[in-house]
Design a binder for this molecule. Sequence first.
Ligand SMILES: *Cc1c(COP(=O)(O)O)cnc(C)c1O
Length: 376
Amino acid sequence: MKKIQMVDLKGQYEFIKPEVDTALQKVLETTSFINGPAVREFQTDLENYLGVKHAIPCANGTDALQIALMGLKLKPGDEIITADFTFAATVEVICLLNLTPVLVDVDPKTFNIEIGEIEKAITPKTKAIIPIHLFGQSAPMDEIMELAHKHQLYVIEDNAQGIGATYTHKDGTKAKTGTIGHVGATSFFPSKNLGAYGDGGAIFTNDDDLAHFIRGIVNHGMYTRYYHDVVGVNSRLDSMQAAVLKIKLQYLDYYNERRKEASINYTRLLSGHPNIITPYRNSDCNSHVFHQYTLRILNCDRDALVKFLNENEIPCGVYYPVPLHAQKAYTHDGYDEVNFSVTNQLVQEVISLPMHSELTLCQVEYITNKIKEFLG
Ligand SMILES: *Cc1c(COP(=O)(O)O)cnc(C)c1O
């Protein structure tokens, strides 16, 4: 059996090596490393794939979130509601812009932001909601958009983990995650479902004016060369990354299908065990692209399980071990522990198993057998 990896970037590269090598060689020969044709081509392909009017490539997913917020012209002190259980980038950019993060608890089944908790957190200062499609499963977008409409709030989707997921609206129509809110942001970090060979990100919107405004922000606030209308940033996707992403985008559905297959095998082999809760899928409204396959381990020492798996050459991750409200950087006195009972419990129970498009059934069997051996 091949050595198990958390993410098998090498195996994935070997499968597309001739195409990638040719594309990279082409960028080298044209030497248009910044804003070259590869960037525009990838942008168009991404817009077509997602069914969104505007995709604006940028340097990474964290920038994408920050630029999305800058695009909405929010003011210091405006409150932004987001989930307590996510990667720190989401809340980091809120703080960097002197906006006020308001963290709320999540749904214990989906790990996504809890709609009732959002509603409770809305104040006259609330200006936006940032749902995260955590681990690849769409947040409840119909409910979120309804609430946002009622209170006149912006919705910024953090789609760093959900690219390629399809959300089914209550009326049966479908949309790709990241294109449903006013603006969406994603990351092309190598281990994401659509990963570059370095950093990358993108912002999505169907709003022409917002797209125009954002295209200036990513380029030093310039709309005419050397005329700076707003304070912007320098955040670009380089041509080498765009060339790789253009190729990998063609395989995204295949990659996500392979992840789903692995998830089905994991669930089949682990379900029914009294110490394990396998990932919940809301089959009515969302497709899950399994950025992570995350179990809850009950009545047992999760950290000892991690150690046991590592000793058996099985990498695994704990996403995330500390709730954001309890992180040193983001603690403020206003948070009351009773409001975070779900996140506080999840951080002790979750374990994410190896998940990628090259995972074999034989590897999944080995991993699940070891888990069951440990749990007894
Ligand atoms: C990866 C990730 C980001 C940040 O993306 P980078 O490209 O690493 O900056 C933001 N939000 C979530 C939920 C992520 O998983």
